[in-house]
Write a protein that binds this ligand. Structure first.
Ligand code: FAD
Length: 411
């Protein structure tokens, strides 16, 4: 369903005083929509699709052009029911690598233990997929378009004003054209850019959990065999952890997570530094003896944070825009899509019954935060144990909590 477009003159656009900070004073397009979703990653495309299915007029804006590189390639079994509800499961299976579990180093004959999804608690599917995010995100974005969302890439939202009766956003399209968008509701799905979290000063960094990541795609990594061919492999090095994710066409995503200090103190170029840390783990050194980088090297901060509020009058956050936790258990895309589905229900409910806005948002926040709390505890638990046995006990306790926390179940 297309949005209403009104091109305002060709002279200088008149703007609200508080939104005058936009750098371009060119012809300005005026747009009106019911819901503006900012960010065309998994959270944004999921929210937009479910809203369009509920009959809402949705404008979805992504600042980059799809397909674009993104980190976060390992999905969880819990993603599959959401992909099915969206109607894209078969297509994801076509672009992905079948992932039956995760493996961790062990002192046994094969050198690793596998946590197989078919032995997991609950009734989640027995497998997941590894995906190139450029393909996965493009698929979700295009699918949103096919479901009636007005999905535009190459358009960056620069500013938003939250009013009592509407939301006004200023966006800049490629080529410098400025758009002024009036919406009844705003969904912030801008990922770790956290448009509203930063703008409203709501982002609270985790005091202890601070790290950075360096990663790239490689060819020539020794694959696992048979049933384990699609596993994600997790390793521990002296300063953090590392991952290996098999993608299509014999490409592996390989990366390290470590303290920011380690990155700051490095003396060699990033590629050599990545290789040195990887080579410090004998099992990785062996598997990567003949590996060569295939593409660019990427670096990112990896700070965990939570926004004090995830929703307010006429706005809501979904995915990383509201919170980010360490990706060690590959939970990011699932949380993004699950919260996107929840956010769509809240926005639709608020537009139908504005008086229930607070109650609907409270329930959304409770569910998202409860899941995140359990997950954070799970991530930190192994670090707290004083012995292997106590760490294992803590992990088992965390698993029980995760299995009984509502964010891990269907809607
Ligand atoms: C090192 C690392 C490894 C990870 N590994 C995994 C993994 O294996 N599995 C997993 O599930 N998760 C992983 N994650 C987490 C995963 O990347 C995120 O949780 C996931 O991408 C969140 O989806 P999202 O839609 O909320 O945000 P994003 O995917 O970041 O999408 C946000 C989109 O918003 C756009 N945007 C931002 N600002 C604007 C603006 N102003 N206007 C318009 N558009 C805008 C961005 O261009 C982007 O496309 C990892 C994260 C890191 C840092």
């Amino acid at each position: 369903m297309a949005c209403e477009y009104i091109l305002v003159g060709s002279g200088r656009a008149r703007m609200e005083p508080d939104l005058c900070a936009t750098p371009h004073m060119q012809p300005m397009r005026e747009l009106k929509t019911e819901v503006l979703v900012v960010g065309g990653g998994p959270a944004g495309s999921t929210t937009a699709t479910f809203l369009a299915r509920r009959g809402r007029r949705v404008l979805l804006l992504e600042r980059e052009r799809h397909p674009r590189f993104h980190i976060g390639e390992s999905l969880l079994p819990a993603n599959l029911p959401i992909l099915e509800r969206l109607g894209v499961l078969d297509e994801v299976a076509r672009i992905g690598v079948l992932k039956r579990g995760a493996d961790f180093p062990a002192e046994n004959a094969p050198g690793f233990n596998v946590f197989r999804f078919d032995r997991a608690l609950g009734d989640t599917p027995p497998h997941a997929f590894q995906v190139r995010r450029e393909d996965f995100d493009l698929l979700l974005f295009r699918h949103a378009g096919s479901q009636g969302v007005d999905a535009r890439d190459g358009v960056r939202v620069r500013d938003v004003e939250l009013r009592d009766d509407s939301v006004v956003a200023i966006a800049e399209a490629e080529g410098g054209e400025t758009w002024r968008i009036r919406a009844e509701y705003l969904v912030d799905a801008t990922g770790r850019d956290a448009l509203l979290g930063r703008r409203l000063g709501l982002r609270r960094k985790h005091p202890r959990h601070q790290s950075a990541a360096l990663f790239a795609h490689f060819r020539g990594v020794e694959p696992r065999s048979d049933e384990d061919a699609g596993n994600i492999s997790i390793y521990v090095h002296d300063h953090g952890w590392a991952w290996m994710i098999p993608l299509r066409e014999d490409v592996f995503s390989v990366g390290i997570v470590a303290t920011p200090e380690l990155f700051k103190d490095r003396t060699e170029p990033p590629a050599g530094f990545l290789r040195r840390i990887l080579d410090s783990v004998p099992q990785i050194r062996e598997r990567m003896a003949n590996a060569e980088m295939a593409g660019n090297l990427h670096a990112t901060g990896n700070y965990s944070y939570l926004c004090d509020r995830m929703a307010g009058h006429r706005w809501i956050m979904a995915g990383d825009a509201g919170a980010f936790v360490d990706p060690i258990f590959s939970t990011g895309v699932y949380l993004a899509m699950r919260s996107g589905e929840g956010a769509a229900a809240v926005v639709d409910g608020c537009l139908r019954e504005p008086k229930r806005e607070r109650a609907l948002q409270r329930e959304y926040r409770r569910e998202v935060q409860e899941g995140l709390r359990a997950l954070s505890w799970f991530i930190c638990a192994p670090c707290r144990g004083s012995s292997c046995a106590s760490r294992r006990r803590r992990c088992a306790g965390c698993l029980r909590i995760l299995a009984t926390t509502s964010i891990w179940r269907g809607p």
